[in-house]
Write a protein that binds this ligand. Structure first.
Ligand SMILES: *Cc1c(COP(=O)(O)O)cnc(C)c1O
Length: 451
């Protein structure tokens, strides 16, 4: 029984896939919080390079991957596709389970797939430093890695609760030469205002984004970089699904269900968009399930509306599922999934019913992670474990109904630096938390008025 489906380096895709080309109508534009009108490329160019602004709104189905970016992809791509034979046997399911393993990159997740091209395009346009935010630390470490390879500087605002809980991520950023600061900080007006209001705040991604955007907007040599959510990020991540499509052919199977966890939506976009593009073009039947935490239920309980991407409201306003920009999610361990909004593209596909969304609780998520470790061997990131919980649910449904479905999921990262969270689970310290509807309602009353 073959287990691993591996492509060689020369099969690294030469172009990314842009799902905007296959949508029945264009995406709703971003709005500027300053003018309350559709944002102009000139406004965005204060914090983003023109190449990425172009990709953000491109309607081209494919965009060439620069050679310099492919050269770095070669160090860890193509990532393997693995058949989870032992998990299947343990679940006694007739379903076939495959996973694309993105933990093989140096920072240990899918995030370098976009960090590398983002650093590259900024470097090409003469930018010397990139500022960004990070939740659990995976994005900060991915960007620190990528900027190091292009000889650039990097400043990372890390959500305060994670900064103290996950000190090793900060060590990685330092090893790659980046500066990592707990957010909110005294470095920015946004951070200072937040600290004045609540000195003990655990911080949030929304606040950290405000700080990083302000840093870039107030320094000429500095641009801002976002690790998820935006269209160009989803496009860079499509390399996962393009490779997976070729590897599924090697395995002689087609996925019936594609599953991924969703924080901002980039790894789910990456594994699913190339397949969903074919679905939108009427060439394929496939179900896609986005999995989010019940404590931050953006897609399942949020509103599909225009909202700020950051807490303070200085970044662009986007149409997306949102819990409200001033929502501060509880400090659950899957820090990478604690965002009030979601990718506009993922939101659009969920709203159009091309993709489904479900929410799961953290104790059942860790139980799934442990089952996965004891069958497949890999210790997975808590974020990824949300996907695995749903994979197990689907496989058990197949057992009950006697269905031989093919399930493909994205194993977005390993959990070797998340063992503290595993410990808390083993010690019975994790509890489930469902964000109260009343708090969501309250937060949604503060949405900006657009259209
Ligand atoms: C950041 C991260 C996520 C969540 O981000 P998306 O943009 O939704 O992919 C999921 N898994 C891992 C391992 C991460 O590092």
């Amino acid at each position: 029984m073959q287990t691993k489906f591996q492509l060689d380096e020369d099969h690294i895709p030469k172009r990314w896939y842009n799902i905007q080309a296959d949508l029945p109508s264009p995406m709703d534009p971003y709005f500027s919080p300053q003018t309350m009108k559709p944002v102009t490329p000139e406004e965005l160019s204060q914090i983003f390079p023109m190449a990425l602004i172009g990709q953000e709104v491109s309607q081209d189905r494919y965009i060439d991957i620069p050679d310099e970016v492919r050269e770095i992809y070669r160090t860890y791509r193509p990532s393997p596709l693995i058949r989870a034979h032992r998990l299947e046997a343990h679940l006694k399911t007739p379903a076939k389970i495959y996973y694309k393993y993105e933990g093989v990159s140096p920072p240990g997740s899918h995030k370098p797939n976009t960090a590398i091209p983002q650093a590259y395009y900024n470097m090409k346009e003469g930018i010397e430093r990139i500022s960004t935010e990070t939740g659990a630390g995976q994005w900060g470490s991915a960007l620190a890695f990528a900027t190091a390879l292009f000889g650039m500087k990097c400043t990372v605002y890390m959500v305060r609760s994670s900064f103290y809980e996950k000190p090793y991520r900060k060590s990685m950023m330092q090893a790659w030469g980046a500066e990592c600061i707990p957010s909110p900080s005294e470095r920015t007006q946004s951070g200072k205002a937040m600290l004045a209001r609540d000195p003990d705040t655990p911080g949030s991604l929304g606040i950290a984004i405000s700080e990083a955007v302000e840093d870039a907007a107030t320094h000429k040599d500095t641009n801002y970089s976002l690790g998820s959510v935006l269209n160009h990020v989803c496009m860079h991540q499509s390399i996962i699904g393009i490779e997976a499509m070729e590897q599924m052919k090697m395995a002689g199977d087609e996925p019936d269900v594609i599953i991924g966890c969703v924080g901002g939506g980039s790894n789910m976009a990456g594994i699913s968009f190339p397949f969903l593009g074919e679905k939108l073009r009427g060439k394929r039947q496939v179900e896609a399930i986005a999995v989010e935490p019940a404590s931050c239920p953006t897609l399942t309980k949020g509103a599909y509306a225009y909202d700020y991407g950051d807490t303070v409201g200085i970044g662009p306003i986007a149409k997306m599922y949102t819990l409200g920009h001033d929502f501060v999610p509880p400090a659950i361990h899957a820090g990478g999934l604690r965002y009030h909004g979601d990718s506009p593209l993922i939101s659009r596909l969920v709203h159009d019913k091309v993709m489904k969304a479900v929410a799961v609780h953290q104790t059942e998520v860790f139980q799934a992670a442990v089952t996965f470790a004891r069958t497949e061997g890999l210790i997975i990131a808590p974020e990824t474990a949300h996907a695995v919980k749903t994979v197990i649910d689907e496989a058990l449904k197949c057992r009950k109904n006697g269905e031989e479905k093919v399930i493909l999921f994205n194993l977005s990262g390993h959990g070797n630096l998340d063992l503290g969270a595993y410990d808390e689970y083993f010690e019975g310290k994790l509890s489930d938390f469902e964000y109260p509807d009343s708090k969501i309602k309250e937060s949604l009353t503060h949405l900006p008025k657009i259209g």
